[in-house]
Write a protein that binds this ligand. Structure first.
Ligand code: PHE
Length: 458
């Protein structure tokens, strides 16, 4: 615990930085397409329940561990459970950061390229033609050099922000970008709702269709609640470690979850109202963002402007998440190895960028080092992190508090800063137990699926 450890400049700055981490590519392309395809409002109800029980419990848990120890994940677990294997939970987080940021940086590069394409009027010829838009996208991501150049820019910007530190980098950028994301998305959503036929997009997204809510949709909602609030890899431990004792950790976590969910829904409204009004196809996954939208925007009056706004806000959402991932790695080398911030960020930001280059290559532009698994390296990294590393990290964090640290010690730190508010330790305990059990089930279900070829549910 160093005397001159950096701290957030304000409560608001911390909340915006943490929600900046949470609000990312996951909110803007994953939630809308998942909800649209899996029962609309019915999916949203399940998703909200998962986020309010599992998401909230683990966000609070990570904040508490970080603030108590004033250390990033490896040091934090080591300090609370010296000479035990618990520090491996911290290492798992650092490893997950490498894995996620390597492919996230590639996608960040794609977004940058789409901002430039949109600005230069490149979408115009794609108007209403999803086949052409699909060819453009596939040619781009499978080429060798072009995606890498954009990825280098994106990663360079991440490294730049992180070198500037907690207050002068992460907090400063989040305070500018988060409000901008909300305003720009709001403008796009209003634009979409005022289009003729746009409201059909809202009913696609929010009307509960319980007949479409399959068991696998429920599992999907649970898994996504982890990724979307950046849980299970110590991001929130690291951000919590720059807090003083005055912050109310429960209200902060509620703010993060509220902003994350509200922005996901706003993105859904902005996207589906526009897609439905213009007769587009509400496709799933990256296709929705990189194929459907570029063919839909140019059909709108002022389409170049709308398209550019959309990709700029997506870029900001990706950047505030990517910096939080890089900070986990940087903080490890500062806290545990005594490195300077600059050295840690440059060296490991560099290593992650190189791993990312191999992710990009694996999509068609070069070698695929996981070809023997029958999957591109890019997909392996995505799959490993979101299906295993984050849920396992989150589950172990809950088990750590219940079994090792102890709920009474945990409550002392949790209650610091929330004077006047009552919180029962049995309730906190029940939430943590439910979270651990639910996540254990998802992981088990996934492994069972891999071995038996079918899932227990889903
Ligand atoms: N929460 C981010 C998103 O929704 C992704 C992320 C995961 C960021 C894990 C940090 C850590 O895109």
């Amino acid at each position: 615990m160093s005397q001159n450890r950096e701290q957030w400049g304000s409560k608001l700055g911390f909340i915006l930085a943490a929600s900046g981490s949470a609000v990312g590519i996951g909110n803007i392309w994953k939630y809308p397409s998942m909800a649209g395809q899996n029962g609309g409002g019915a999916f949203t109800i399940i998703y909200l329940a998962c986020i309010l029980i599992v998401g909230l419990s683990i966000v609070v848990a990570e904040f508490v561990i970080g603030r108590k120890t004033q250390l990033s994940p490896v040091g934090a677990f080591e300090q609370l459970a010296p000479n035990t294997n618990w520090k491996w939970v911290g290492f798992l987080g650092v490893a997950a950061a490498f894995v996620i940021l390597s492919f996230y940086g590639v996608v960040g590069g794609w977004i940058l390229k789409y901002i430039i394409d949109s600005l230069s009027g490149g979408f115009t010829e794609l108007a209403g033609n999803t086949d052409a838009a699909s060819v453009v996208f596939n040619e781009f991501i499978t080429s060798t050099f072009s995606p890498i150049i954009y990825q280098l820019f994106f990663m360079g910007l991440c490294i730049f922000v992180i070198i500037k530190g907690v207050k002068g980098g992460i907090e400063k950028w989040s305070k500018i970008m988060m409000p901008l994301i909300v305003v720009l998305l709001g403008v796009l959503a209003i634009r979409g709702m005022t289009l003729e036929g746009g409201m059909a997009g809202i009913s696609f997204l929010f009307n509960p269709r319980f007949e479409d809510l399959t068991a696998s949709a429920i599992v999907l909602a649970l898994g996504h609640s982890f990724f979307t609030v950046s849980l299970g890899m110590g991001t929130m431990i690291t951000y919590g470690s720059y807090l003083n004792k005055k912050q109310n950790l429960v209200t902060s976590a509620l703010w993060v979850i509220f902003l994350d969910t509200a922005i996901a829904m706003l993105a859904g409204v902005a996207i589906f109202t526009t897609v439905f009004a213009l007769g587009g196809n509400p496709a799933e996954g990256p296709g929705l963002i990189f194929v459907i939208l570029p063919s839909v925007f140019p059909q709108l009056a002022g389409g170049t402007l709308w398209g550019t706004i959309f990709f700029i806000l997506l870029f900001m959402a990706a950047l505030t998440s990517a910096i939080s991932i890089l900070e986990v790695v940087t903080a490890y080398f500062i806290d545990q190895k005594g490195w300077s911030r600059k050295k840690a960020t440059l060296q490991f930001g560099g290593v992650i960028t190189i791993v990312g280059v191999f992710c990009s290559f694996s999509l068609g532009g070069g070698i695929n080092i996981t070809g023997f698994l029958g999957m591109p390296f890019f997909d392996v990294m995505d799959y490993l992190s979101s299906k295993y590393m984050l849920p396992i990290g989150g589950m172990l964090t809950a088990i750590f508090i219940l079994k090792k640290w102890g709920i009474s010690e945990y409550m002392i730190e949790l209650k610091t800063g929330m004077e006047g508010m009552n919180l029962s330790s049995s309730l906190v305990k029940i939430f943590l137990i439910i979270s651990a059990l639910v996540v254990a089930f998802i992981i088990f279900n996934e492994i069972y699926f891999e071995i038996a070829g079918k899932a227990l549910i889903g």
